[in-house]
Design a protein around this ligand. Structure first.
Ligand code: HPA
Ligand code: ZN
Length: 326
């Protein structure tokens, strides 16, 4: 078996995925038509041509614009179901994905609609595709903490539908310290806590997310390498990093894949996992990410097994499910 076949055949665990970031142009156009939403692009090719990002914000502008087509329970189901069926191709076994409720609430789409559609797709994926999944409610860090708190309160009646809270959107200028109260509240309610930190923001944001938000996984975290003491701490405390290689390339966090900090993170013994972030926007799903890393760094089979084990151990799945994934 070639190394490529070996990598593609590995059981995959996705821990850093924004479900709205799986909205492929074809589905975006179909939903726009179904819902009578005008898109500022005449064709799918024109839309794809606009996917030329120079930083996180330039992507976020298109990402929020794209999700305007999501209106009904069926839309949220169709979005997640399309993602799950694509997952099966890459041998995905377990997914813990984010969604951005505030972005939909702002457009007048209720939490009942969002949760119902996503949850139905999760149930169907387990039944039809043997892919288990959980949902993480992510707060938009460029909105206020009061908005995040109100969203969490409104989501509590749906608590059986999500397992944790996260923090995403524009990082620089919106440090973790802004969200201490809402994360405290979420943890007190028994939810897991994760946060994007150290993607475009400095290593200090990672430190803050650990100390102030008490997160269990660091989303991205690639700028960890800028602080030796922090690297040592993250390694010693076995805190997983959900790294997204193609995302970092497409958002110009790095200029070339060969510049990625992945080898340094691995060499320092950090619990790195590989993930796809917003695959419809960043040129590929899990296997594409894995193969892009392999092309740049020629990892060994042992390193690929380590990455896979790290991901299984980093899930919030039950011990029994983790056992079954190993
Ligand atoms: N970073 C921050 N926020 C996001 C991202 C990302 O990569 N994708 C969707 N929201
Ligand atoms: Zn992300």
């Amino acid at each position: 078996m070639s190394l490529t076949e070996f990598i593609c055949g590995l059981p995959k665990i996705e821990l850093h995925l924004h479900i709205e970031g799986t909205l492929e142009p074809e589905l975006m156009f179909a939903l726009a038509e179904r819902n009578g939403v005008a898109l500022p692009y005449a064709t799918i090719d024109e839309l794809r041509a606009a996917y030329d990002f120079h930083n996180l914000q330039s992507f976020l502008d298109l990402y929020y614009q794209g999700m305007n087509v999501l209106k009904t329970e069926q839309d949220f189901f169709d979005l997640a179901w399309a993602y799950f069926t694509r997952c099966a191709q890459d041998n995905l076994r377990h997914v813990e994905f984010f969604f951005d409720p505030q972005a939909h609430l702002e457009r007048g789409v209720g939490l009942d609609v969002q949760f119902a559609g996503l949850n139905r797709a999760c149930n169907e994926a387990e039944k039809e595709l043997s892919i288990t999944s959980s949902i993480i409610l992510s707060f938009l860090r460029d909105m206020t903490e009061d908005s995040a708190l109100a969203t969490l309160e409104a989501a509590l009646p749906y608590r059986e539908h999500f397992i944790g809270v996260g923090l995403d959107s524009a990082e620089v200028g919106n440090p973790p310290e802004k969200f201490v109260r809402v994360f405290e509240r979420a943890r007190a309610e028994g939810f897991h806590a994760v946060a994007h930190a150290g993607e475009e923001g400095p290593a200090d944001y990672i430190q803050q997310a650990l100390d102030l938000l008490k997160i269990e996984r660091i989303d991205h975290g690639v700028r960890c390498v800028e602080d030796d003491a922090l690297m040592k701490r993250v390694a010693e405390e076995h805190i997983p990093l959900t790294v997204c290689p193609l995302s970092n390339l497409y958002l110009k966090v790095i200029d070339r894949m060969e510049d990625h900090t992945l080898p340094q993170l691995l060499a320092a013994g950090l619990k790195v996992t590989l993930n796809s972030d917003d695959p419809a926007y960043f040129g590929g799903y899990m296997n594409d990410n894995f193969l892009a890393v392999q092309k740049a760094f020629s990892l060994s089979r042992e390193q690929w097994v380590t990455l896979t084990r790290n991901a299984i151990d980093a899930t919030f799945a039950s011990a029994a499910r983790q056992q079954a994934l190993h």
